[in-house]
Design a protein around this ligand. Structure first.
Ligand code: NAP
Length: 358
């Protein structure tokens, strides 16, 4: 028996209770979650809005949680160097049989037959302990940032999206003639945790970084952006930039996306990342299509990331933990106990990232 936060996927609900989950006969690593992060996907599952989520086979529930940092409490000898006492981040996606899954790129799964812990057919990490294989674990070497390492999973999405940008932007010359991106504009739609992580990475590329939403932002959030050199604007009061080179959407709102696509520069790249299945549609007219074609604009989706992106994410979190006055820790705006299930039902005021301490 183990204490766990569960839902019944895809219909929803949330419970913190003692459940029976059979331990694997041959385990390699036993893990104790220390912190788990809550994101829009968890809330979508709890509200029954994630039609593609499903329970772990053989159970009438699904343990929630795909963002975690854990301590290894027991490990058999293994070729990945994972040892008892290590701090690790477990990866979310588990490969199927397709060609991309077989080369470690389950983030680019070709047939959709992968599993995702806490989302699609595999129990997640919001429980007292669980077992896993060492190949699914990414070691956190800097022990001073165990709490911050819970941001590795959301940050790995950002690493993958910038890999997508690197690939797609090569279809023509995107950078300046001095080979940099200095002076080019990156606009990020939305102001949640992923948007903040995107703004930090866009700063690494030396873009002029803007973030926008349909309302103003709390002082606490503005001061984080100020530390990293990004600018926020409420787009309902006007748009203070001319020409977007890289557009990153975390809102999933079609009308807002197309509003900004029509302000993109030639050879611009738009990365669609946010999802909002229940968002109302929008009218895309012939002029929108012509605008995209005439300017060689690339619109591309990006989902998840591979183990390589977890490693990249940890490297940047470590860097950001020591730079900009430890700004990375500021992204964690609340720490809660697992009993506090309310946190899944309503976003707390001023939230960037809420986490659960186990
Ligand atoms: P989040 O905290 O819910 O962020 C979404 C942001 O979009 C919020 O700041 C929200 O503003 C804003 N927004 C919503 N409608 C908007 C509009 N019309 N105009 C401007 N901004 C708008 O979620 P998150 O954890 O940062 O994740 C961002 C999105 O990515 C979510 O949709 C999530 O499901 C998705 N996601 C995708 C992947 C992937 O691999 N592609 C992975 C993880 C998450 P308010 O706070 O005011 O509502």
């Amino acid at each position: 028996m183990v204490n766990a936060l569960t839902t019944n996927a895809p219909s929803g609900g949330i419970e913190f209770h003692n459940v029976q989950i059979s331990d694997p006969k041959d385990f390699e690593v036993k893990l104790k979650p220390l912190y788990t992060g809550i994101c829009g996907t968890d809330r979508g599952e709890v509200h029954g809005n994630l039609s593609f989520a499903y329970n772990h086979p053989g159970y009438n529930f699904l343990v929630l949680g795909h963002e975690a940092v854990c301590q290894v409490i027991d490990a058999q000898e293994n070729e990945y160097g994972i040892k008892t006492g290590d701090y690790v981040v477990p990866v979310v996606r588990r490969p199927g049989e397709c060609v991309n899954c077989r080369i470690g790129r389950e983030d680019n799964c070709s047939d959709g037959k992968k599993n995702e812990a806490g989302i699609t057919g595999l129990h997640g990490f919001m429980r007292d302990y669980f077992f896993d294989m060492p190949e699914n674990l990414v070691k956190v070497n800097d022990r001073s940032m165990v709490r911050e390492a819970v941001l590795t999973e959301p940050a790995k999405n950002v690493m993958k999206a910038f890999e997508v940008f690197d690939t797609v932007s090569r279809r023509s010359i995107f950078q300046n003639k001095d080979s940099t991106f200095i002076g080019k504009n990156c606009l990020i739609i939305g102001s949640g945790s992923e948007a903040f992580l995107y703004s930090m990475m866009a700063n690494e590329y030396r873009f002029n970084v803007y973030m926008t939403n349909r309302h103003s932002l709390e002082e606490s959030k503005l001061s984080i952006l100020e530390k990293t050199g990004s600018i926020f604007f409420d787009y309902t009061s006007g748009i203070p930039l001319k020409g977007i080179d890289l557009l990153i959407d975390t809102s999933g709102d079609p009308a807002t996306i197309f509003r900004f696509v029509r302000t993109m520069n030639n050879n611009g790249v738009a990365i669609l990342f946010g999802t909002k299945g229940n968002a109302p549609g929008t009218q895309v007219n012939g002029e929108d299509i012509d605008y995209i074609i005439e300017r060689n604009i690339s619109m591309v989706g990006s989902v998840d990331g591979s183990k390589k992106h977890y490693l990249d994410a940890l490297r940047y979190i470590e860097k950001w933990n020591h730079a900009h006055n430890s700004v990375i820790g500021d992204l964690i705006t609340g720490t809660y106990s697992p009993e506090n299930t309310e946190i899944f039902l309503k976003k707390p005021e001023g939230e960037i990232k809420s986490i659960i301490k186990w």
